[in-house]
Design a binder for this molecule. Structure first.
Ligand code: DUT
Length: 271
């Protein structure tokens, strides 16, 4: 038989630490988020969640990103009598945000300690929680007869062997997206550096080519000028005399080749 609200109010003061009748929720009791939590990191080197556990101060908030996993310890220490069993879950309003209670369902008879919830954010966005939030529910039910059981010591903190396997990060869509964005940024930065280097190289090449062309043209015009000077100097020198100069020959005389030398056009004044 499940315990109703009246029985819970009558008995939970002796079973749950820091009991408050305001937290009796019909046939259940609301348990709060305690001061120790662990949220799996996204796997990025600079992820602030890359630390073993977080000790929360009063009302301090924390986030479980979409697709990530976390361990949350209850604020209350809980006792279950030998002749009873308890059942635990996350409140529906948190489930509607996408939180799934991966772990437990029951609390053993004769259990004493805090409860540990392993939760997974199956929703589309991050879920923000804070210390002291009434996030969980516990129900009590009677067993048909008590057994003689030793006390079962429950949790006092989040065991490290539970956080180890997920400390490397879960490859959720959110973490993959964050990795893609980070790589995208790295590639973008690299491309702009290469573009800048290429631009500098282009300018340097253009300068060198320009300088070589200018020097080449200069060389070319200098050598042309010197050739022209040489040519004009050579043509200014008179040719050495070969045989009798034509002027020394008498008019009408026959050249050695048999040609008669004609008189100059105006020789003698009149034709
Ligand atoms: O989500 C849960 C589920 C269980 N418990 C506590 C209550 C339960 O009494 C105890 C052990 O649970 P269970 O018997 O399911 O775990 P086990 O792996 O079989 O542990 P053990 O070998 O100690 O029985 O852990 C939690 O704190 N959170």
């Amino acid at each position: 038989m499940f315990w109703g609200g009246e029985r819970l109010k009558a008995q939970l003061g002796a079973l749950i630490s820091d009991y408050d009748p305001q937290r009796v929720d019909r046939a259940a009791y609301r348990l709060r988020i305690g001061s120790e939590v662990y949220v799996s990191p996204t796997g990025e080197p600079n992820d602030p969640r890359n630390k073993p556990k977080t000790q929360l101060t009063f009302s301090q908030g924390f986030t479980i990103p979409a697709g990530q996993f976390g361990f949350v310890l209850t604020e209350e220490r809980v006792k279950v009598p030998k002749e009873a069993i308890a059942f635990i879950s996350i409140r529906a309003k948190y489930k509607f945000r996408g939180l799934v209670n991966v772990s437990g369902f029951h609390v053993d008879p004769a259990y004493e300690g805090r409860l540990l919830f392993s939760i997974f954010n199956a929703g589309p966005g991050p879920v923000h929680l804070s210390q002291g939030e009434e996030c969980f529910l516990i129900w009590y039910a009677d067993l048909d007869q008590p057994s003689d059981l030793p006390i079962k010591n429950g949790f006092d903190s989040i065991p490290s062997e539970l956080t180890g396997p997920i400390a490397g990060g879960l490859q959720s869509f959110a973490s993959l997206l964050s990795k893609i964005n980070e790589n995208d940024k790295k590639v973008g930065d690299r491309v702009s550096v290469v573009e800048r280097e290429q631009a500098v190289l282009k300018w340097a090449t253009a300068l060198v080519v320009g300088a070589v062309l200018t020097l080449g043209l200069k060389d070319c015009s200098l050598s042309r000028a010197s050739t022209a000077l040489q040519t004009s100097a050579t043509s200014a020198v008179p040719a050495p005399p070969t045989g009798t100069p034509p002027a020394a020959r008498p008019l009408g005389a026959t050249t050695p080749q048999g040609n008669t030398s004609a008189p100059p056009p105006h020789a003698g004044g009149k034709p």
